[in-house]
Ligand binder design. Structure first.
Ligand SMILES: [Zn+2]
Length: 462
């Protein structure tokens, strides 16, 4: 069957400013028609799927995931990570270069492209390293990385501390028209912090990671973007000060941007003290979770699934991120999907690796915190998962324009469900959201017209 018709859905395509009831016809892997005439254009043997009550949008893009290949396949693989992406509603992901070895040369990029072609469930784009081995000491061969097909460079997981080296990286990247993404962390301020410095780090006796440890590098990046004219994108922004700095810089027309992850705008540092303490102090900021009735999700204090980098911020930070997303300061949503093995996380908080999985929960948490809470309309939210990342990385994605690759996500914004560990297809199980009642869920993901994931019993043949 070479053609597929999705009928009766609410089609939202921010790239074309379209929002309305329409049919979508996919032929030979491309979008063939969108609108009332799509059904009439369908060839006779077209498969028809009824999607009324659902949203049909361009395939979602997550530009910040860790797939752990090569070298760390006990945590995740290209096959399992991209399967989790498809289930979460994502048709394209960008993998970070902090693998083993690091993605700092054309050979490793080729290896990943090869494996993605053989085992990937969704489109996989590669981010190359800024410095060799992500060590921050010597620039990676940025030109040859670009030639090998990377869509951006970043030392994610690490941060280039030497400001002159970052300046040179920006100058090279600009020549090659490669966006630079930065994990903003000033090592001299953060030292060995394991959670956000503040009231809860003091109560819990854990070493603090001050908000200024992020804000310092956001400020540095803004200054360097101004000096070089190169675009700098700040990854997983977690602090109110970072949002303010980016807002001011954008107002001045500087080439900077930022992204936010659902855990940072849903949870707070109080969560490290356990579920009960979190819901008592900051639970009101989680949309739709009525903690007075029923039993809210629970977890113990010092749960290492609450340890990530940058760490969870205060309630004030969480609010600033939501405001930044609502007013357009932060134009991209992503997961920072960071899988780890159980044995690595089942240690004292100090010794556990940073990071949590996120591909399967990010759409629901974003819908809850931004759309259901009435901070953002559906089209604006979808834009942060489609045109936002596509524009930053110059990807020919994120649109349902006729002729485009048929990457399509179908989701039910109101569907209530509970995220269970046994239902996850990621290889890893380090999510803090198991047992959470969530609202909004992808029910089908099409990549180049091919079914990458369709939830059983959700879509009727029309
Ligand atoms: Zn990072």
């Amino acid at each position: 069957m070479n053609s597929l018709l999705l009928t009766g859905g609410r089609v939202i395509d921010p790239a074309n400013c379209f929002d309305g009831r329409a049919d979508v016809l996919i032929c030979h892997g491309k979008v063939a028609a969108v609108g009332p005439d799509a059904a009439a254009k369908a060839p006779v043997d077209t498969e028809r799927l009824e999607v009324s009550g659902k949203v049909v949008c361009p395939g979602l893009i997550d530009l910040h995931v860790h797939l752990r290949e090569p070298g760390q396949v006990a945590k995740e693989t290209i096959a399992t990570g991209t399967a989790a992406a498809a289930r979460g509603g994502f048709t394209s992901v960008v993998c970070m270069p902090n693998t083993s070895p690091a993605i700092d040369n054309a050979g490793t990029v080729a290896l990943i492209h090869e494996r993605a072609a053989a085992q990937g469930v969704v489109n996989l784009y590669v981010a190359g390293a800024i410095t060799k081995n992500i060590a921050g000491e010597e620039l990676a061969p940025i030109g040859s990385l670009k030639k090998a097909g990377v869509v951006a460079i970043t030392d994610d997981g690490h941060c280039v501390q030497n400001n002159d080296m970052m300046r040179r990286a920006l100058e090279y990247a600009k020549m090659f028209e490669l966006p630079v993404l930065d994990h903003c962390q000033d090592y001299s301020l953060v030292i060995d912090g394991v959670m956000r410095e503040g009231y809860w780090s003091t109560v819990l006796g854990l070493r603090g990671w001050p908000a200024a440890g992020e804000e310092m590098m956001v400020a540095r990046n803004i200054l360097l973007a101004e000096a070089t004219g190169a675009h700098v994108h700040c990854q997983h922004v977690s602090a109110a000060g970072s949002v303010r700095l980016l807002r001011e810089a954008k107002k001045r027309g500087l080439p900077v941007s930022g992204e936010a992850c659902p855990h940072h705008f849903t949870l707070t540092d109080a969560a490290v003290a356990g579920g009960e303490k979190f819901f008592a102090s900051d639970g009101k900021g989680v949309f739709g979770l009525d903690v007075s009735s029923g039993d809210p999700p629970s977890w113990p204090a010092y749960d290492t699934n609450l340890k990530m980098n940058p760490p969870l911020g205060s309630a004030h930070d969480r609010e600033a991120l939501l405001e930044g997303l609502a007013d357009g300061t932060l134009e991209i949503l992503c997961s920072d999907h960071a899988p780890h093995c159980d044995y690595e996380k089942e240690v004292e908080f100090d010794y556990a690796p940073f990071g949590i999985t996120g591909l399967e929960t990010e759409l629901a948490l974003s819908l809850m915190q931004l759309y259901h809470s009435k901070r953002l309309g559906l089209a604006d939210l979808i834009a942060k998962f489609t045109v936002g990342p596509a524009r930053l990385l110059h990807l020919p994605k994120g649109t349902l324009s006729v002729g485009a690759e048929a990457d399509v996500t179908v989701f039910d914004p109101d569907r209530e469900w509970v995220f269970l560990r046994c239902d996850s297809v990621s290889k890893a199980a380090n999510s803090p959201f198991y047992g959470w009642p969530l609202r909004g869920r992808a029910v089908a993901t099409f990549v180049g017209g091919r079914k990458a994931w369709v939830e059983q019993g959700e879509l009727a043949t029309a």
